[in-house]
Ligand binder design. Sequence first.
Ligand code: PFF
Length: 446
Amino acid sequence: MENLKKRATFASKIGVVAAAAGSAIGLGNIWRFPSQTADSGGAIFILVYIGCILFFGIPLMVSEFLVGRASRANTAGAYHKLAPGTQWKWVGRLGVLTGFVIMGFYMVVCGWTLVYFFQSLSGHLSGVTDFTANFTALQDNHVKQIGWMIVFTFLTTFFILSGVKKGIERSAKILMPLLFLLLVILAIRAITLDGAVEGLNFLFKPDLAHVKPTVFLDAMGQSFFSLSIGMGCMVTYGSYFNDKTPLVKTSVQVSVLDTLVAVLAGMVIFPAAFALTANHGTIVDSLVAGGPGLLFITLPELFNQMPGSMIWSALFFCLLALAALTSTISLMEVVTVYIHEEYRIPRRSSTLLVAVGVIVLGVISSFSPSFFNFLDVSSAKFMLPIGGFFISLFVGWRLDRQLVYAQLTNEGALKFGVGFLKTYIFLLRYVAPIAILAIFIYGLAA
Ligand code: PFF
């Protein structure tokens, strides 16, 4: 049996933020955020979303980091160490299951990004006239869809196994800003199209007419999904932090970056969708109907409005695939490290086991959009918030207050006012759990 290796720690400060931001920024921001925004009626969704980030997203991310660093263990082991002999370990186990469920549909979308990358390179995409048909054809072509999903799963496996994650972290530091820059360019192009203003209005001007009662549940789920919280991913990353990593500052930085990317993606998709769709009267309906295809239908259409469309779209889908890769690595890491550390199965076998499981789920998701949807909804809207609910209770009520303060302040090296620390505890003890519960009850009744 392989010995459990000494736990690694992230080398540089920027590496910490890059790894956590790499996990957070992914398809959730660029693919899922716009389709959720469309589905929930635009600006109001975004307002609720930002409220969720502030009131429980950031405090929960700090909490996950804290649990990870205080225990230096995988997500289930962490509860075991910090609350031995209790049932808290089930929170960790739920997280592992959630990671698995997310990968079961996420990898399929990752496969789509590769298909679109190669369609861009080959020039196929610039010749397409009906982008909806192009996307539907991909969904109907199961062999292709499954093949690329498997490729992406093995790509992730390769990085988990080869330990060249350092390489990917390092390149992410260059590529993520590039993705950001590209989104800015695309947003400018989209906003300057004729008729784009309506898209911006949809995005930023609250309009009660489009709001659905499920907007709270949707926005909460999206905030957990996008920040990678509620399943112990940030616990696992926190376990690699060194004693000097500032937990609060890192959480704020990651959350701000993540939200910026999501809003920027919205500023590309919506102006483009409104400007390029002839039938403005039913645009909101068709946006909703676009569902998971929104990104893959609207963006190629936007690229075709730009000189050198092939280069733009190849660059975009390549960067998108990389952003997705840093997220799938973090997802797979959570599940793999759990199996490796808790069952003492060698790392390589754990990884392969996880990969096979993910592929099975991915195959079913490829064949059945309703299964795909089921995995998406149950993980984002239920499993992650439930995980978050218990993490807030764990840190707010169960953990020793001295330990919490020592972690937040790095043993006193960082200065926070007493008011700040008290507010943090108050958010975790009352605000986050009650709000999560209330949103659940309201969302389910709606
Ligand atoms: N946050 C990632 C995204 O927005 O694409 C998805 C994700 C990664 C969710 C890791 C949860 C997680 F633990």
